[in-house]
Design a protein around this ligand. Structure first.
Ligand SMILES: [Zn+2]
Length: 667
């Protein structure tokens, strides 16, 4: 595979350095009061065209790729057959070796599907589905075939882990793809049907049978999609909270053998199962009755090959790429194998790979500095809560309680996951993936009935991202996101607060966005707001969703402001908190302009430059449906145009695009 990147395609053994504020990346020919994002990022965008193997390209994606190239170096070393390797090196090295061994993967062809296909062929009745699905759900991860089964904290009691049944079973990225009637959506369904046909042909069906089978799958999935909640509906946790006994689950969909399913999954018995979407399971019951065993076999064959395709020979990998990446996301060429293999090691053995990454990149001082900044941002939030004109003292007290209870997790877990029970073989890639997937599924199910592990992370250490978890009430910053150009110890405070500070503020604000605010200090779904304060919040949040709903994503598609509300509230709140924290931290210091930018200007340019980037139109279209984040340009311009601090920093005038007449503010 030829890659058109400017960098040579080789592993690196040290991470490159990019400053957190890069003046040459700006485009000073743009007026910051007209389009601040273009002003801060214009030259970056010009100099960093989207690589052919990417759907979108931005500072985060670039840093992620730098990390991956560095992980490649780690994995190259670990994949030697040297007897000196320790356990972790053997695990990640052998997994990587098997993935990179293209000849073995090619030779295996479709063989890794054989056992699953034989089991499908052997099904004698719809009743038989339960045991087969239990096994497949362990092997493929939840949500692939028909529905998902796993574990999570009880919304009503965050100290308990209970079983969860989720809606699932779709091959397109969202239920909306099946229900929308516009021309583009119809085209997408046609392309999807063609892809289904292609995959059935790869499984050996004649073109005629494959085309009929494609229609059967599309029919079943469309029925399931119409019974699934929209992404906006799923932002309401009450809509996802239906605790049932196993007997009630059986009543909901009696044609499915739930007892057998639960037993075969190996999950500890659970008195309560949260069925996130009961409507979906009612529809599933109707489908089980309406469709023939032969139709179900067709549906299952598709989902088996869909799930396994990335790990099979090139015919499957390419067909899968052509539809999901090329057509749906506009990606021009497949990622080189090393990149895919690094990602699979990260996905399946992330805390083993992460250990080595952290040891080489993230010292205790990195952890300490981030912790200090987090504390400053938390105290900025505390003082801002005190000043909110619209909130009663009673609700403020509860908000402070919640804020004080937030746990800060920085860099990497205190305890590393032990993968030693997984058999990893140097020349069996698909087998390694299957065994690692089973390990993970079983690990999730084993949590049922056990105390919550508050030290657990949902992102691996090299990940360039961060998250807030409402039920844990914690904020999590992997080591991967705490390095230049996002956090840059060599740079002055202003851009660091603007960039990483605003990210910390963003995650913290998630605890208080439209979704997060519904959980209390302990992570329980419980309304701690007075009625009046709740209404005041909703009104201020609508200001934001109305603002973002005006922005065009691509062609005639606008942002779905109700889908992106939580992220947009967090972006604005996070930037405000970081600004206040920065002012407090530098109080009394004589800050000087640098490179022609005042300290305030440096804060805002630093804040904008995390988001420099571009995205293919196809990817924008897909993200408008599936991504709760607004496009980068609006994540910057939407925020600064609500901030008087920004207007002041750049002396913008009323009437200019970056000055909104009635600015929104929540936190
Ligand atoms: Zn967020």
């Amino acid at each position: 595979m030829i890659s058109a990147q400017t960098k040579p395609d080789v592993p690196v053994f040290a991470l490159p350095y990019t400053p957190s504020l890069d003046v040459p990346s700006m485009d000073k020919s743009v007026d910051p009061c007209v389009n601040f994002y273009r002003y801060a990022c214009g030259t970056w965008i010009k100099n960093n065209p989207i690589p052919p193997d990417q759907a979108r390209w931005n500072v985060y994606a670039k840093l992620q790729e730098d990390n991956e190239r560095f992980l490649w170096g780690i994995l190259e070393e670990a994949s030697s057959s040297s007897p000196d390797r320790n356990l972790v090196q053997r695990e990640i090295g052998d997994f990587f070796h098997a993935c990179m061994d293209e000849a073995s993967v090619e030779r295996a062809g479709a063989a890794p599907l054989r056992a699953g296909l034989d089991q499908i062929a052997a099904l004698k009745s719809v009743r038989d589905l339960s045991e087969f699905l239990a096994q497949q759900h362990l092997e493929l991860g939840g949500g692939r075939m028909l529905f998902g089964f796993g574990s999570s904290q009880d919304y009503g009691d965050s100290t308990r882990v209970i079983a969860f049944l989720y809606a699932g079973g779709l091959g397109l990225p969202d239920r909306d793809y099946y229900t929308k009637t516009d021309a583009k959506s119809q085209e997408t369904r046609q392309k999807y049907a063609a892809h289904l046909q292609k995959m059935f042909e790869l499984l050996g069906d004649s073109p005629r049978t494959a085309a009929l089978n494609a229609k059967i799958v599309l029919d079943i999935e469309t029925d399931l999609a119409t019974a699934s909640l929209t992404r906006v509906e799923k932002r309401d946790p009450y809509k996802l909270y239906h605790k049932l006994s196993p007997a009630q689950v059986q009543k909901l969909a009696p044609s499915f053998g739930w007892q057998k399913y639960f037993r075969a999954s190996g999950a500890p018995s659970s008195a309560a199962v949260n069925v996130t979407e009961p409507e979906f399971f009612s529809r599933l019951e109707a489908e089980l009755k309406a469709k023939s065993l032969a139709d179900w076999k067709t549906y299952l064959r598709w989902h088996l090959v869909r799930s396994e395709a990335p790990y099979l020979s090139s015919a499957f990998v390419e067909a899968n790429f052509d539809f999901y990446n090329k057509y749906l996301r506009g990606v021009q060429e497949m990622q080189p194998r090393w990149k895919r293999c690094v990602r699979y090691v990260d996905r399946y053995l992330g805390e083993a790979l992460g250990q080595v990454f952290v040891a080489k990149t993230f010292g205790p001082d990195g952890k300490q500095r981030t912790l200090e900044m987090t504390k400053q941002i938390e105290s900025a939030m505390e003082s801002e809560i005190g000043k909110l004109p619209w909130m009663s003292e009673a609700t403020k007290q509860k908000a402070r309680e919640k804020l004080h209870a937030v746990a800060n997790k920085i860099g990497y877990p205190d305890q590393w996951r032990d993968y030693s029970s997984i058999t990893i073989v140097r020349d069996d890639f698909a087998g390694n993936v299957r065994r690692a997937a089973i390990f993970e599924s079983k690990r999730q199910l084993a949590k049922i009935g056990k105390p919550v592990d508050r030290g657990e992370w949902q992102m691996t250490p090299p990940t360039v991202n961060a998250y807030y978890d409402a039920q844990m009430n914690d904020i999590n910053f992997p080591a991967g996101v705490l390095q230049p150009p996002l956090f840059d110890p060599k740079m002055d405070d202003a851009p660091n607060y603007g960039n990483t500070g605003a990210t910390i503020g963003h995650e913290l604000t998630h605890g208080f966005d439209d979704e997060g605010r519904q959980f209390d200090a302990k992570g329980n779904l419980r309304d701690w707001w007075t009625k009046q304060d709740g209404e005041e919040f909703t009104q201020r949040a609508s200001c934001i969703s109305d603002q973002y709903s005006q922005y065009t994503v691509v062609d005639d598609i606008k942002i779905n402001g109700k889908l992106t509300l939580g992220e947009d509230v967090a972006d604005l709140g996070g930037t405000l908190l970081a600004y206040i924290a920065w002012k407090t931290a530098t109080e009394g210091k004589d800050l000087k302009p640098i490179d022609g930018l005042t300290p305030d200007q440096r804060f805002f340019v630093g804040m904008a430059q995390w988001a420099c980037g571009d995205e293919r139109p196809e990817s924008k279209r897909a993200n408008a449906i599936t991504n709760p984040h607004s496009p980068e340009e609006y994540r910057i311009n939407g925020v600064v145009s609500n901030m008087g601090e920004f207007t002041g920093a750049f002396a913008c005038k009323e009437g200019q695009p970056m000055v909104r007449v009635s600015a929104c503010r929540v936190w």
